[in-house]
Ligand binder design. Structure first.
Ligand SMILES: [Zn+2]
Length: 176
């Protein structure tokens, strides 16, 4: 998964830079900008330092779309593994325009959207909502086969109770 793999680093030396070093992610690569006068040893020391800094910064944004996909992959392996590619979404992302639902799934194009409203909920609740939508890739309707898949997740009932409680207290009739 993205984040655990060591990124490809591109070092750019600048004659205008004197002491400042900066780094940013550009797709799969990390670009590190360093002063031209840096020695090779300084370059390697700063690359390590900037990668660590970047990882720490990204850790604070852990609930990103990339993290959601990593989470989905883990859930598929744990609970839906015999379905293989049939359970794999084409995309999973957080959305802010979905106020009446925790999550939604379009089996036709295999996309899953998860409401930002659950972003601050406990991990086990997010896992339930995500597994629910992944199960819809295999069984679109809420029939017995569907609930049997969702029921493989040990905290399904507890998570449904949690979400019902939130829906009741916020007065928003949230559905799945
Ligand atoms: Zn559903």
């Amino acid at each position: 998964m993205a984040g655990t793999r060591k990124p490809v680093v591109e070092v750019r030396r600048s004659q205008r830079r004197r002491r400042t070093v900066s780094a940013y992610r550009d797709g799969e690569r990390v670009v590190v900008l360093i002063p031209d006068q840096f020695s090779r040893a300084e370059e390697s020391e700063w690359v390590d330092r900037m990668l660590a800094r970047l990882a720490a910064r990204e850790g604070r944004l852990a609930r990103s779309d990339a993290e959601l996909l990593a989470r989905a992959t883990r859930l598929i392996n744990l609970y839906l593994s015999e379905h293989g590619a049939a359970a794999a979404p084409a995309s999973v992302r957080w959305v802010t325009n979905q106020n009446g639902r925790w999550g939604s799934c379009t089996p036709a194009d295999r996309t899953i959207r998860i409401s930002h409203r659950i972003q601050d909920m406990p991990d086990w609740v997010i896992d339930y909502v995500l597994l629910h939508e992944l199960a819809h890739l295999i069984v679109p309707s809420h029939n017995a086969a569907f609930w049997a898949l969702v029921g493989r997740y040990p905290k399904s009932e507890r998570a449904r109770g949690y979400l019902e409680g939130v829906a009741a207290t916020t007065g928003v009739p949230l559905t799945d």
